[in-house]
Design a protein around this ligand. Sequence first.
Ligand SMILES: *Cc1c(COP(=O)(O)O)cnc(C)c1O
Length: 466
Amino acid sequence: MEYISTRGEAPALNFEEVMLTGLASDGGLYVPKVLPVVDKDEMTSWIGLPYDELAFNIMARFVGDCIPREDLKRIVSASYRDFRHSAVAPLKQLGHNEWVLELFHGPTLAFKDFALQLLGRLLDYVLERRQQKVIVLGATSGDTGSAAIEGCRHCDNIDIFILHPHNRVSDVQRRQMTTVLGDNIHNLAIEGNFDDCQAMVKASFSDQAFLPAGRSLVAVNSINWARIMAQIVYYFYASLALGGPAREVSFSVPTGNFGDIFAGYLAKKMGLPIKQLIIATNVNDILHRCLSANDYSQHELVPSLSPSMDIMVSSNFERLLFDLYDRDGKAVAGLMKSAQTGKMVIDEDRLTKARELFSSFSVNDELTCQTIAEVCDTCEYLLDPHSAIGVKAGRECRHDLIVPMVTLATAHPAKFPSAVVKAGQSSEPILPHHMSDLFSKKETFSVLPKDMATLHKFIQDHTSSI
Ligand SMILES: *Cc1c(COP(=O)(O)O)cnc(C)c1O
């Protein structure tokens, strides 16, 4: 399996190289050169498979011959073993033909565990084989950081440094990162906002001269292809559980960076009969504006009750643009350049194609709370604010009541207790049993100024010796 860059200039790479690379050298994102297609008979033979076996069948196509099948199988199984529900991704019914796919039974209670439990293990496996050590560097507004730390905590070949904005993530989110203790885990609270953290990470990737000898940087944000690959699986899992491939299913996906919904788009292109794909955003709605009004301008960030979707730009959207523009890397490079100046205009016929593929809806905080309260009243089910946005968008955008509508429930409600309380649910949602000691555990993190030299010195001083 070969991977190519969305900007057409960088060399083609295999799965292992792509996983270790992050951004392509031309600034683009890697995508499979040819997407594998699964025929109906084979899909039918997958009905009833346990999650990890289904995952292996799908992922093997993307990994190609980079990892022997038996090893891959073992890694995939291990990645989903610690999930606290034996179905891994259980479906719950909210109403007539209306479902949520619970993706929050992993170690950090958000869907990012699906990708990062796997990515940590895959990285460690290939690094061991290459006798190589790397530094994972990332910025987080909450969920990515904890999932990445959980995913890498047992990896001997990885030192992980995660930047979060000091005093600007929720207590649960911070503690999920800072209470994981290990010599290779470094939580850095930066005196700035999330954008400052992100900018420091980006600058570090573009000039890696500060790295200790023999080390390279690996990205674990959603531009990493392996993350997208892992997310394709649960679309198949939900569909097969609800009558697929003989029956169409629709999905509503709370998304900010276009990662999760892009995985759904790929599942559809691989042959899974998906009727509608709904992009559900909060008020930071660049994706909804783009689709509905061809407006991809950057607006000021508005902090919302669904912080994991508070973004200004949507990095994975470039991967869709590549397809919309018939895989013309030059055209995509031009578009992304114009996006930087805030004036990206998509050709009308390409936009029409996008609108055939996706619906979109933007949900503000008030509607989010209303939806949490309504769903709680009607079926005694507690949604987290991100998932509530998905449910609301699904209800607004669905064309009919015949095709099942599945909302991806991306986080456990206990992860965002203040939103749930605001929605009129009197008491705070309770953390699952295995996390009940979160608030009594010891925390370790370092507060650093918003300064590149200080960050780089910290990384140099804290990288494990070879
Ligand atoms: C990260 C995250 C999202 C958005 O994911 P995308 O990669 O932007 O699609 C939604 N909900 C939760 C809870 C998240 O942590």
